[in-house]
Design a protein around this ligand. Structure first.
Ligand code: SF4
Length: 328
């Protein structure tokens, strides 16, 4: 299968008063057509920055310094700004954690959706109205006629997120980047939004790049997952494989930190130490200051992504524990 999106050896830096922040340091992953790919990691691991880089909407002091971002074969880093304007929204849409910041508070939901449909299709008023209602039905909003006339503040957070997803569909986007789309919602609504994303992948064939800090969300939703740490992918593969036979000590730490019924009454586990601040590039393995299994080689030599199990290239891990030359 040909990848819809390929991010290859991406590097992004930010110039700040404290110095250069190395936010993304050689990140590589891809999203296949019709797939939900999860990018998981703690805050500050570079996952959201990588997504802003894909759309070339980094804040003013951020810069892509190396790498390739191929969307449908086109290199987005080399694309002219006018080409990017045609790609943003129309081919790649993005939704964020807090939908209320993306909706315009002074226009009704209906007028915001219809404006997008008209912009992309130039359809007649009647067809636009009909399509807007269909979209609200597609995202399972009850009473679409009423929702069309509502202002964003009249809707709950979950309903607002559904409207944002309807707007992404209105543009005809083939790839939806969903950056922590359920983090601000309460648990039952979170599940409904995740179910909706899975449903849209099935029925509309939408490809989804799902950014999350929550391995539980990945387990429920994603076909494949990339685990990000210090701006790099440290483990990647089919979700069931990565979660059942995880190799990287960081992935193991993330899973151990998930609350479970068995741990009731006990302290929650966490990974010791902090996520690096990015003000310098850590030599060797970026996880070595926090790794419970660190070896001497880890201090100096960066591990590369390689097959996690002999002959199985789908599941890859970047850790010296699995390099035949250095494993003990
Ligand atoms: Fe730990 Fe070394 Fe593996 Fe890094 S390479 S995760 S420090 S064992």
């Amino acid at each position: 299968m040909t990848e819809l999106l390929t991010v290859e050896n991406l590097h992004v830096v930010f110039q700040t008063y404290a110095g250069t922040v190395y936010a993304v340091n050689g990140m590589t992953f891809d999203v296949q057509p019709g797939e939900i790919f999860g990018l998981v990691g703690e805050s500050g691991c570079g996952k959201s920055v990588a997504c802003l880089a894909i759309l070339r909407i980094l804040p003013g002091h951020g810069r892509i310094t190396a790498g390739r971002i191929l969307f449908d074969g086109r290199d987005l880093i080399q694309a002219r700004e006018s080409e990017m304007q045609a790609i943003r929204g129309r081919q790649i849409a993005m939704i964020f954690q807090d939908p209320s910041t993306s909706l315009n508070p002074v226009f009704t939901v209906g007028s915001q959706i219809k404006r997008i449909i008209r912009h992309h299709t130039r359809a007649s008023r009647k067809v636009t109205e009909q399509r807007a209602l269909e979209l609200l039905e597609e995202v399972a909003l009850p009473d679409p006629l009423r929702i069309m006339q509502a202002y964003p503040h009249e809707l709950s957070g979950g309903m607002q997120q559904r409207v944002m997803i309807a707007m992404a569909l209105a543009s005809g986007a083939r790839l939806l980047i969903a950056d922590e789309p359920t983090t601000a919602l309460d648990v039952t609504i979170q599940d409904q939004i995740l179910e909706l994303l899975v449903e849209l992948r099935r029925h509309v064939g939408l490809s989804i790049l799902l950014i999350t800090h929550n391995l539980g969300v990945v387990a429920e939703t994603c076909d494949r997952v990339g685990v990000a740490y210090a701006g790099q992918i440290v483990e990647i593969g089919p979700t069931s494989e990565v979660l059942r036979r995880m190799k990287h000590p960081y992935t193991q730490g993330l899973l151990a930190a998930l609350p479970s019924a068995q741990q009731k009454g006990k302290d929650l586990l966490s990974i010791s130490g902090n996520v690096p601040n990015g003000l310098s590039v850590i030599p060797g393995c970026p996880f070595h200051p926090r790794c419970p299994r660190v070896m001497e080689v880890c201090w100096q030599t960066p591990p590369r992504l390689a097959a996690a199990n002999p002959g199985e290239m789908q599941h890859q891990v970047a850790c010296h524990l699995y390099s035949p030359e250095v494993a003990q």
